[in-house]
Design a protein. Structure first.
Lengths: 346, 597
């Protein structure tokens, strides 16, 4: 396979960006989710990703509809509300060569799906897990979700009465090896994070603030475009360099951290105004907590641990995907049954 | 000394749970099997780790019947807590082997029984020097007493003990010595005054000893299952636990010694079935095993598997409901729940194994059915079959090859002008399935969904498209009878009364029929939806009685739904106390109806 584009406006597979597209979106005009779909398309195009090796997984809700709107050449499974982690885990262990790209929402993950989400984090199955986080239930017309800040009222002025869940803080607490947060309006940050997630052998979690233009983009909302632009804090600018690309980014010694990912690619993090070590779990927890209490939204590569072992790697499984095994490999011989029977005869 | 009753009695052992008595009971059971007898065992245990009362019933009969016998002829009331109640349940003349060292027991409560008092505590203190081992080893003393009193040869006892402690010769030796303490005491101090005797027999040729869940697990290995996701629940846990062992020993490893399977213990049943369905969607043969409460949780995701047409096999080892119910007792009460579970119009084919041999065969066959019909298949076992030890015919190597069903391969797509994941190309309601990396034509890629979809798998709210899809699904499920296990007819006399039963009820029904003057025709149903021959059987009798282990007559209800014109002929006799069904119950139910007829 060539490492360089074959023709103008094509990637290393010779595909144009539009070939990574999907059906027309049915989201509201201006919805943050569409920007995330665009970022996914961009990341897949840039990586020269073979759509046949990707499976799109989702639950229920606005966000979970979006896999229909990107990478139409990939198979996908739009599952049940909050249960996508289990379907994705099952599909991946059945065929370890398939990388699940999961799309969920704050309702789908932080409320109904919390049980499966926390265990997915513990289990560390390889998968990209995106939460398109807008603080509301869109399809059911604007109820608060569990990530809605108590200080953030609804359009009618009512405030949430329960504490908001910080999904990145939770992911860190549960031992996730890839924790990032981004903003649907910040493609420059989101695309390299998505590419890094796709290169990560384990559960890569990205919480993407994605304003709901219909129900939660008003002045007092903490999940609005305006709020995000005013309160977004990041410590570094990410650049992703694929394994087939050359690192030609110029940087000064001590200014950039180089994280080498499982597939040989690099995530370069250029320092902005203070040093931040994304491989320090304690530091990550501390800054998340600090930024939260200041009303800031910390985005970027919050924590990464590339030494963690993914589920499939820890299970001593055959390299051939289980789904590809046929009768000779699956059904033991007559003599094997005879041997088992001998043990039951007595 | 009355006339001998040979190889035809039941022994009930009452002990506190968690004291190690299970090993002793198993030793007696296996020793009988070693004698060539086909005993039956019913473990009536509590939902508890240690302390609550538990009973173990071992039965021998000349025919080797496996059903529970309602009365017992020999009792070992070794649990002080239940002593009085245990004795109160016994008929006069029952043989009672009691612990003479039990304090504060009125002698009068033994009146009317054939009593063999044995000072178990004293024998243990005098004979077992190691105080640490004594609590467990003392249970072997009653094994020796039973062996001596009823005639289990020393060789069979030794063989049994050695098989139970197969890898530990020294442990087997001290256990055998402990048993001999009891045998010696009985020989020297007990005068035989009851009629019950055991002699060697020829009932075990071609037979094995196996638990139903063990056979179920083996069926998964030979059926080609490679992904297992489960959550612990009584009485289903041992399916996955046996499977882990069988996978490791029997499923051939690859050249690198790596596993060709994965077993994941999920966080709950929602996730267990979600993983199994996800794996089925991606092309692996997958299963989950559970019981009623687990099925309740799984239903939502199974609805998706039904509507999106994803293969998966679910083993329901039924226990007593509703709710938590009686977790360690048996019932056949999940039929209606399973058949139409999840919201919307659904149907889930069910298979009813009756013994370990069928547990193995049906387990194996379920994976072919699931992939052929691209739908969840339920294997409806129960606690009686799953967790008791059975004398079974040997398991036979599956003859049917692994059938992956219709796949949308490049060859299929080349022949077909129009393509759609849910397009009924062959007119049997079964579409062509897609599997990532296997079905490689770019047209096969689509987003599988539980929302309304057209033949191409695209989201659709069109009323005609929706109805057409639902009708095709109905045709597909109707068609499953072509491959589901057919009913088995046992001929009888007359066209008045007929019996219908399924699953473990069969054992009691066959025993009851054998003991009756006139042979009542009997049809054993082995799957749902029903075959046409089930309707024929009902039609050919003035009245049928469905014998089942639930309160609502669930199979009878399914029959009435399937054959409404025959509904007035369908009667049911229901036992739902949670103990394995007895022939006596069946006999009474039939005789009562024959008198009426």
């Amino acid at each position: 396979m060539s490492d360089t584009p074959i023709a103008p406006n094509t990637n290393r597979l010779g595909l144009t960006k539009s070939e990574y597209g999907g059906m027309p979106s049915t989201m509201c005009k201006g919805c943050g989710h569409d920007r995330i779909s665009e970022a996914v398309i961009q990341a897949a195009y840039d990586l020269g990703l073979d759509a046949r090796n990707l499976i799109k997984m989702s639950g229920i809700g606005c966000s979970s509809k979006t896999p229909a709107y990107f990478i139409g050449k990939a198979f996908g499974l739009n599952s049940t509300h909050g249960r996508m982690p289990s379907f994705a885990t099952g599909a991946h262990v059945a065929n370890r060569d398939l990388v699940p790209l999961g799309v969920s929402g704050d309702g789908d993950t932080a409320s109904i799906g919390m049980g499966q989400f926390v265990h997915l984090l513990r289990r560390n199955a390889r998968m990209v897990y995106i939460v398109e986080n807008n603080g509301v239930y869109g399809l059911t017309k604007g109820q608060f979700s569990a990530t809605a800040d108590r200080s953030s009222p609804s359009k009618r002025g009512a405030h949430p009465t329960e504490e908001a869940i910080d999904l990145c803080g939770l992911a860190l607490e549960l031992g996730a090896g890839f924790v990032a947060r981004s903003f649907s309006g910040d493609k420059k940050q989101l695309v390299p994070l998505l590419k890094s997630a796709l290169s990560y052998d384990g559960l890569a979690f990205i919480d993407v603030i994605s304003p709901c233009v219909t129900f939660n983009n008003h002045e007092a909302s903490t999940k609005s475009y305006t709020y995000q632009k005013e309160h977004d804090v990041h410590f570094h600018d990410p650049t992703y360099v694929a394994s087939f690309e050359h690192i030609d980014v110029e940087y000064e010694e001590g200014e950039t951290r180089d994280v080498r990912l499982h597939d040989g690619s690099h995530l370069l993090l250029r320092k902005i105004d203070r040093d931040y070590d994304p491989t320090d779990r304690h530091a990550a927890s501390r800054v998340i907590d600090e930024s939260r209490s200041k009303g800031e939204v910390l985005t970027g590569m919050i924590f990464i641990d590339i030494a963690k072992t993914s589920l499939v790697s820890s299970m001593q499984m055959t390299k051939t995907p289980l789904a590809m095994l046929e009768e000779p490999e699956l059904r033991p011989s007559r003599s094997a049954l005879e041997k088992v029977m001998a043990g039951f005869r007595f | 000394m009355p006339d001998s009753i040979v190889n035809d009695f039941s022994l009930r052992i009452a002990t506190p749970n968690g004291t190690g008595s299970q090993t002793s009971n198993l030793i007696i059971f296996r020793a009988l099997f070693h004698m060539g007898l086909a005993p039956s065992s019913k473990n009536l245990f509590p939902s508890n780790i240690a302390g609550l009362p538990t009973w173990y019933q071992i039965r021998v009969s000349p025919e080797g019947w496996q059903a529970r016998r309602e009365n017992w002829q020999v009792l070992l009331p070794l649990n002080p807590v239940t002593l009085a109640a245990d004795l109160a349940e016994c008929a006069p003349g029952t043989v009672v082997i009691d612990n003479a060292d039990m304090k504060g027991v009125e002698e009068s409560i033994f009146e009317g029984f054939i009593r063999y008092p044995v000072p178990f505590d004293q024998i243990a203190r005098d004979g077992i020097s190691d105080a640490k081992l004594r609590p467990k080893l003392r249970n072997l003393i009653y094994v020796g007493v039973v062996a001596e009193l009823f005639g289990i040869p020393e060789a069979s006892l030794r063989a049994s003990i050695e098989s139970v402690f197969s890898k530990k010769k020294a442990v087997a030796d001290i256990n055998f010595e402990a048993a001999m303490l009891g045998a010696t005491y009985a020989r020297e101090h007990l005068q035989k005054k009851d009629p019950y005797r055991l002699t060697s027999a020829e009932q075990t040729a071609g037979k094995i000893l196996i638990e139903g869940n063990d056979a179920t697990a083996l069926g998964c290995v030979f059926g080609g299952c490679s992904v297992v996701a489960w959550y612990p629940i009584t009485p289903a846990s041992s399916v996955a636990e046996f499977l882990i062992g069988h996978f490791a020993r029997v499923r051939e490893k690859d050249a690198d010694g790596a596993n060709r399977y994965i077993v994941v213990q999920a966080e709950d049943e929602l996730a267990a079935v979600g993983m199994a369905i996800g794996a089925g969607w991606a092309g692996a043969r997958s299963m989950t095993s559970t019981s009623g409460p687990g099925v309740s949780l799984m239903s939502e995701n199974l609805g998706l598997a039904y509507f999106a047409e994803i293969p998966v096999v679910v083993f329901d080892i039924q226990r007593v409901g509703p709710s938590t119910g009686l977790p360690t007792r048996t019932q056949q009460s999940d039929l209606l729940q399973v058949a139409f579970q999840s919201h919307g119009d659904t149907r889930f084919p069910m298979i009813f194994p009756t013994d370990p041999k069928e547990a193995f065969e049906f387990s194996c066959a379920a994976f072919n059915l699931a992939e052929h019909y691209q739908t969840p298949i339920f294997v409806m076992s129960d606690l009686d079959l799953g967790m008791n030890l059975w004398v079974s015919d040997e398991l036979e190597y599956p003859e049917a090859p692994i059938d992956r069903g219709k796949l949308a391969t490049d060859e299929v797509l080349a022949k077909s002008a129009e393509w759609g994941r849910y397009l009924d190309i062959d007119g049997d309601g079964v579409p062509y399935r897609t599997v990532p990396h296997k079905t490689t034509d770019p047209r096969t890629a689509h987003l599988t969904r539980g929302s309304g979809h057209d033949e191409q798998g695209r989201y659709s709210e069109n009323p005609e498209v929706y109805a057409r899809n639902l009708d095709r699904l109905a045709r597909k499920i109707d068609g499953t009878v072509d491959r589901l296990p057919a009913p088995i007819a046992h001929a009888g006399e007359g066209s008045g009364l007929g019996i219908i039963a399924f699953g473990t009820t069969d054992h009691a029904v066959r025993e009851a029929r054998a003991g009756m003057d006139s042979l009542v025709p009997y049809l054993r149903v082995r799957s749902w939806p029903f075959h046409a021959s089930v309707a024929d059987f009902v039609r050919n009798h003035e009245r049928v009685v469905v014998i089942e282990q639930n309160q609502q007559g669930q199979l009878a209800q399914l029959l009435r739904i399937a054959f409404p014109e025959l509904a007035p002929r369908i009667d049911s006799a229901r036992y739902y106390g949670g103990l394995p069904l007895s022939a006596a119950f069946v006999r009474d139910a039939i005789e009562e109806r024959m008198v009426k007829a």
